[in-house]
Design a binder for this molecule. Structure first.
Ligand SMILES: [Zn+2]
Length: 244
């Protein structure tokens, strides 16, 4: 009986893992996860739908006018996504979340500058976001550019990319016979970890919310080929804490 009522409940929400997914009867924004763990679980569930080709929240375009009208009243994005500007990393689709659910900060190399940091603090403090995901991705051109420059200044304002990833090459040296592709993947993961730790190092607010259990800051890596988002182990706290 409980199983049956669960199926009915999931069907009502349009979230059942059925094929094809039923269009969601959207009359109000979906429920907001109440805790950091629930927020993370919601993102991972959405990513699983995306990987399986079963997005259910970002396919029902007939509901767009209803959603827009609901969102005029305000937003409650439960997650902050800090990711690369790369056109192949569409975070709303990757996590299958409609408008109003994700507060996104995108900069090449997912290395947020001060404005990016302020944006994350704003979402956490004023909009109630419960998780910050710092998401690198495979095949990242920004990481590759910094790697290939090997410390030599890149042209134009690209030096800022190098500054944002300062210390990455030193902390993640290439292993003998590792191969360019494997080393690149290690740098991409290492950068996401370091950027997540740097957020905490640079932000009293994010650090306090994390200590209070009201926020989680999580590094992750998006795989261009599979569409999968892997959560990464946090970095060991950086010694060379950057206070700007
Ligand atoms: Zn990138």
């Amino acid at each position: 009986m409980r199983g049956l009522s669960l199926v009915i409940a999931l069907s009502t929400l349009g979230l059942a893992a059925q094929d094809p997914p039923a269009p969601r009867a959207l009359t109000a924004p979906a429920a907001i996860p109440a805790t950091p763990d629930a927020a993370l679980a919601e993102l991972l569930a959405g990513n699983a739908r995306f990987v399986a080709g079963k997005r259910s929240r970002t396919v029902d375009t007939g509901q767009d006018p209803i959603l827009r009208a609901a969102l005029v009243k305000g937003q409650q994005p439960f997650a902050v996504i800090i990711t690369c500007s790369d056109s192949r990393v569409p975070d709303s689709l990757v996590f299958d979340q409609e408008a109003g659910r994700l507060f996104t900060i995108r900069e090449a190399g997912n290395a947020p500058d001060l404005q990016g940091l302020a944006s994350a603090e704003y979402a956490v403090e004023h909009l109630g976001s419960k998780v910050v995901v710092v998401m690198g991705h495979t095949g990242c051109g920004a990481v590759k550019a910094v790697r290939e420059a090997q410390g030599r200044p890149l042209p134009g304002n690209l030096w800022a990319l190098q500054a944002g990833m300062a210390g990455l090459l030193e902390s993640t040296p290439e292993a003998p016979d590792e191969g360019a592709s494997a080393y690149g993947a290690r740098l991409e993961a290492g950068n996401a970890r370091r950027q997540a730790q740097a957020l905490l190092d640079r932000s009293d607010l994010l650090r306090e919310r994390t200590a209070e259990g009201r926020l989680k800051v999580v590094p992750a890596l998006y795989h261009l080929d599979s569409g999968n988002v892997d959560l990464l182990k946090p970095a060991t706290p950086l010694v060379e804490t950057a206070h700007h």
